[in-house]
Design a protein around this ligand. Structure first.
Ligand SMILES: Nc1nc2c(ncn2[C@@H]2O[C@H](COP(=O)(O)OP(=O)(O)O)[C@@H](O)[C@H]2O)c(=O)[nH]1
Ligand SMILES: [Mg+2]
Length: 197
């Protein structure tokens, strides 16, 4: 399946200059840092549909090993980042909980690629998300979100565990840090441009 539009198809004119709007998904399992990532980087106030978690969600959202997390994203996060005069990224944070799987159909439409946030302490939780991304034929890069106290990981072991292709970029980021998050997105966009050429 390859329904990715070319860059030209989504070009639009604003302020007399041609800008290309690129839709990017920021995906990952529950509590991996998607809302934090988009919040740290977006130049517009991110639209977030964060809700306090209720007891009803306790059985569904696995809080094991997730400290201090009292809200969860019920639909999505949305943010914008201007990379250059010509390229503007529109970021869609997509919930990783499998109960949102129907939403992926809409989210994936028109997306050029995805940044997959990964917690190196909970690698297995990323399998389902990576499967979905591959199912929708989206190119992606892996951003390992560094949580305090997270063990240092070997890139080769991580690639092996996640069964990544050799050319899939792996970067480390701190989702709370604007520059670090921007660097991860730039790595993804470079990869997407390479794949497009
Ligand atoms: N120490 C640390 N905490 C983080 C980092 N990224 C996110 N968090 C925290 O981890 C929790 C889950 O992050 P959140 O962005 O809500 O995850 P989401 O469910 O993927 O949207 C929150 O309490 C964040 O403050 C990080 O890079 N380092
Ligand atoms: Mg969230």
């Amino acid at each position: 399946m390859d329904s990715r539009p070319s860059l030209d198809e989504r070009a639009y004119v604003r302020g007399g200059e041609t800008q290309t709007a690129v839709k990017i998904l920021v995906v990952g399992h529950f509590a991996v840092g998607k809302t934090t990532f988009i919040g740290s980087i977006s130049e517009i106030t991110p639209l977030s549909t964060e809700e306090r978690m209720t007891r009803a969600g306790e059985a569904v959202d696995d809080l094991k090993g997730v400290k201090g997390k009292t809200t969860t994203t019920v639909a999505m996060d949305f943010g914008r980042l201007t990379l250059s005069d010509r390229v503007v990224l529109y970021l869609f944070g997509t919930p990783g909980q499998l109960r949102f799987v129907q939403m992926w159909e809409d989210m994936a439409r028109g997306a050029l690629g995805a940044l997959v946030l990964v917690d190196p302490d909970r690698l297995a939780d990323s399998f389902a998300v990576i499967d979905l991304i591959e199912q929708y034929g989206l190119d992606y890069a892996i951003a390992v979100n560094r949580f305090d106290g997270t063990p240092v990981y070997e890139e080769a072991a991580l690639r092996d565990a996640l069964d990544l292709l050799d050319d899939t970029p792996v970067v480390t980021c701190d989702a709370r840090d604007e520059k670090s998050s921007a660097d991860a997105l730039i790595t993804l966009v470079r990869h997407l441009l390479d794949r497009a050429n």
